[in-house]
Design a protein around this ligand. Structure first.
Ligand SMILES: [Zn+2]
Ligand SMILES: [Zn+2]
Length: 93
């Protein structure tokens, strides 16, 4: 599989929407820290194939391969293919 260029009919749209999501907010929805560099699907596409891959309403900022500068978590990989719910950090009591 060649890297770079369009990876599919939605590749360009996804990148554009991802940039818009990160411009709106870079606070990671998984760990709650700033500096997110990826937009991840809130509802998994495998479970919700009807949702547009580039629907900004279904994209939320998360930390990608570079990890979180605050807690070091690579949130996107931690989540895997599940569904984003809310920050995984439990309350400290
Ligand atoms: Zn994070
Ligand atoms: Zn973090």
């Amino acid at each position: 599989m060649p890297k770079g260029g369009n990876s599919g009919p939605n590749g360009h749209r996804y990148r554009t929407v991802r940039a818009a999501v990160l411009a709106r907010s870079d606070t990671c929805v998984l760990c709650g820290h700033p500096g997110a560099d990826q937009a991840d699907h809130i509802l998994s596409r495998s479970q919700h194939p009807e949702i547009d891959v580039a629907d900004p309403a279904n994209l939320a900022p998360v930390h990608g391969v570079n990890g979180c500068p605050t807690c070091g978590e690579k949130c996107n990989q931690v989540k895997g293919n599940g569904t984003v719910t809310r920050p995984v950090r439990s309350r400290d009591w």
